[in-house]
Every structure is written in C-alpha cells, then in structure tokens.
Design a protein around this ligand. Structure first.
Ligand code: GTP
Ligand code: MG
Length: 214
C-alpha cells in the first residue's frame, strides 16, 4: 500500500515551524468542508483517546482544539488551517456508548462519509491509547480502512502514563497483534500530549508527504 512506501525518509534536525494555525469551520457534512486543494491530515480514534490534545500539542496552541476529560467532546468535523498550506482535521471519536444507538450511528455516518469522500484527505492518524491491550473496535476500524484503501498511520497516545519498560511491552504487543492480520505494518508514532513526545516525528512525516505530493 502506498502509505507504507512513504515512511522511509531522511531524518532532519529541524522540526517544521507552525507559523499559523487557524480554526476554519466545524460541520457534519463533508460537502461543507473548506474548498481548495490543500492536503488534509485527519485525526481519529475512540472518544477520549487524546485526538484534540494531540492536535494542540502538534500545533503548539493550547486551546486550538477543544479537549475534555469527559468523552464525546468533539462532535463535528473541525478544520484547522496550518501555515496557510495544509489542514489538520479533528474528527469525532467513535465508540462512545453513552451517546446511544442513534448518536453512535450518526457519528459513524459523519466519520465514514468524510473518510470515504474527502479527496483532500491525505493521511489518517489513528490514535490508540498506549495503555490498553488491542481493542476490537480499533482492530475492526483498521480492517475497514484497509478494505477501503485509506492511507493511515497509528499514533500511540498518553505514553507519559506508562513506565519505560511497560510502554515497550505494550507497543510490542500491539504490533504483534497487527502482524497477525497485516502483511506490512503501517507507520506508527509514540506520543504524549503532556511531554510532547513524538511531535517532531509526526510533523516531519507530514512535511515529507506535503513535499512529495506538491
Ligand atoms: P473526544 O473529542 O471526546 O473524542 O476525545 P479526544 O480524543 O479529543 O480526547 P481529548 O484530547 O479531549 O483528551 C481526553 C482526556 O485525555 C483529557 O482529559 C486530556 O487531558 C487527556 N489526555 C490527552 N492526551 C493525553 C496525554 O498524552 N497524556 C495524558 N496524561 N493525558 C492526556
Ligand atoms: Mg476531541
């Protein structure tokens, strides 16, 4: 798959600077997403996994995306224009049972509609809580991405909550589980919104893809 071919590139010393990060629009309809042909990087994962926090960490803006300790905070497709040149998209979390059947179905529709129909969507970052063992809902979501040829990478979040040895084991275990299903592993990133681990790696990755598709 082409996203796996993209992960090999030279390490650079300097991280891309985020000179501007502006909220543009929130909506539930992919047709109302911003016009123009800028590449988009969307962040997805279960409710409360840390999508909005990661976006704030990456952009270096404390409250660009709204975060909350209560799951289900982000309900809409949120576009943030970065350096006047590419977008970050904060998506609603999936699998938050307290939304009820109707709410869950609605969120599912919003997410699937965006992912399948938004041509500018260049890479999906799928966030996984590094503390948990592989969850069926995430594994099935990845299968769905694979079936639909959606390029994605994995972002392990909240690693500050694990000790070094524990973290290594969790990641190893997760990748082993993926290897049962995938011929080749997607690129993955080890992050913390608290101590900014993984910021450079993700921004380098985005910058690399941006250059490649120019
Ligand atoms: P929804 O919008 O509800 O889908 O959630 P989300 O995935 O956007 O999660 P959000 O960024 O709002 O974070 C959820 C909670 O986890 C908040 O209390 C954050 O402070 C906390 N959190 C997020 N990332 C980290 C992290 O890297 N480390 C720690 N310790 N806490 C984190
Ligand atoms: Mg959120």
């Amino acid at each position: 798959m082409f996203h796996n071919e993209r992960q090999h590139f030279l390490k650079k010393n300097k991280t891309m600077e985020i000179t501007s990060a502006e909220f543009v629009i929130s909506n539930t309809d992919v047709k109302k997403c911003p016009a123009g042909n800028f590449p988009e990087y969307a962040f997805i994962g279960r409710s409360n996994v840390g999508k909005s926090s990661l976006i704030n960490m990456l952009t270096g803006r404390k409250a660009l995306a709204m975060t909350s300790s209560t799951p289900g905070k982000t309900m809409l497709i949120n576009h943030f224009f970065i350096n006047q040149n590419w977008y970050i998209v904060d998506l609603p979390g999936y699998g938050y049972a307290q939304r009820g059947q109707k709410g869950l179905a609605q969120i599912k529709r919003i997410i699937e509609d965006y992912i399948l129909n938004r041509e500018q969507m260049t890479n999906l970052f799928l966030l996984i809580d590094s503390r948990l063992s592989p969850q069926l809902i995430d594994i099935e979501f990845m299968e769905w991405l694979g079936e639909n040829d959606i390029p994605f990478s994995i972002v392990f979040t909240k690693t500050d909550k694990l000790k070094g040895g524990q973290l290594g084991n969790k990641i190893k275990g997760y990748l082993a589980k993926l290897q049962e299903q995938w011929e080749e592993l997607p690129p993955y990133f080890i992050t913390s919104a608290d101590n900014r681990l993984g910021r450079k790696e993700i921004l380098d990755y985005i910058e690399h893809i941006n250059r490649e598709i120019k």
